[in-house]
Design a protein around this ligand. Structure first.
Ligand SMILES: Nc1ncnc2c1ncn2[C@@H]1O[C@H](COP(=O)(O)OP(=O)(O)OP(=O)(O)O)[C@@H](O)[C@H]1O
Ligand SMILES: [Mg+2]
Length: 273
């Protein structure tokens, strides 16, 4: 996939970053209680981390360790069972336009076209079409969905649906982008193109990204910092600052000895459980 440079009208004008963290998670627990049987699943326990404005942080951990639950809490779909979560200095009570989310499975409205899915949030907010239409067209081109604007989601491939879901999250220019294994369903080549595009777009917009993955190489390629979660109940087992600069090429990383070393360290961390 060709890598496009983000067009100027998708480059947000933001106030200068604040020195205070944008996201603070303090000793959070999340327990799910089955209403029928009373069975309790402890998904998260003693989870703490903070993310500064403009950072790209990857949450890396094994299946079932509570990664999606962290995003649900930050979105406001769920409330913590214990501890505190603050976003932009305040508690999170409900989803809001400051936080865009790309779910683990592309959740598009099946009855809406690709274009109507992508423009859903600005239309709901009453933004004039003259403002969101050109942005939508650029995002459609960016995501390689040209010619599919009027298709229904079922007429797309899994990867295309996921790209449409990313465009939908991006159109409102959220200050915080929460992404749950968004490239998991893509083939290796498209995935690499999307990862590089995401880095370029993040650089251009200054968005703060919390990106969930269980892929060590993906985390090393994308993140400024990796939070390695323990097995369930998830907590931060290790924090790894990623030493590579912001303009990364995957091919260059593969020959960087630090890449191999960090990958080995994380594999060892996983083995230790
Ligand atoms: N709504 C829910 N009700 C009950 N239990 C839940 C709910 N959501 C998550 N869980 C439980 O919490 C634990 C963590 O789930 P979560 O989806 O956060 O894991 P994950 O790290 O995202 O896994 P994966 O990598 O497979 O997506 C699991 O044991 C799961 O069964
Ligand atoms: Mg998950």
């Amino acid at each position: 996939m060709t890598v496009h440079i983000l067009p100027p009208d998708l480059q947000a004008t933001r106030p200068p970053p604040s020195p205070d963290p944008l996201i603070v998670v303090e000793d959070v627990a999340k327990r799910f209680v089955d209403g029928r049987t009373g069975r309790v699943t402890a998904a998260l326990e003693h989870l703490s981390f903070a993310i500064r404005e403009g950072e790209f942080v990857c949450l890396l951990g094994p299946s079932g360790c509570g990664k999606s639950s962290v995003l649900d809490l930050l979105c406001g779909f769920e409330q913590p069972s214990a501890g505190r979560i603050r976003v932009e200095g305040g508690p999170v009570r409900e989803p809001g336009p400051d936080r865009g989310i790309v779910f683990q499975e592309a959740l598009l409205f099946p009855w809406l076209s690709v274009l109507d899915n992508i423009t859903f949030a600005p239309r709901l907010a009453g933004v004039p079409a003259a403002l969101y239409r050109p942005r939508a067209a650029r995002l459609i081109a960016l995501m390689g969905l040209d010619g599919f604007e009027n298709h229904a989601p079922y007429e797309l491939s899994g990867g295309m649906r996921q790209r449409a879901a990313i465009a939908r999250a991006w159109i409102s220019e959220p200050r915080i982008l929460l992404m749950d294994e968004p490239f998991g369903a893509l083939d290796a080549q498209t995935r690499l193109g999307m990862q590089e595009q995401l880095l370029i777009a993040r650089e251009a917009t200054g968005a703060t990204v919390l990106f969930v993955t269980h892929d060590i190489e993906e985390a090393l390629f994308l993140a400024d910092r990796i939070l390695v979660l323990s097995g369930r109940p998830g907590r931060v087992a290790r924090e790894i600052p990623v030493p590579f600069g912001r303009s990364r090429r995957y091919s260059a990383l593969l020959t960087d000895e630090r890449f191999g070393r960090l990958k080995r360290e994380i594999v060892e961390e996983f083995r230790a459980g």
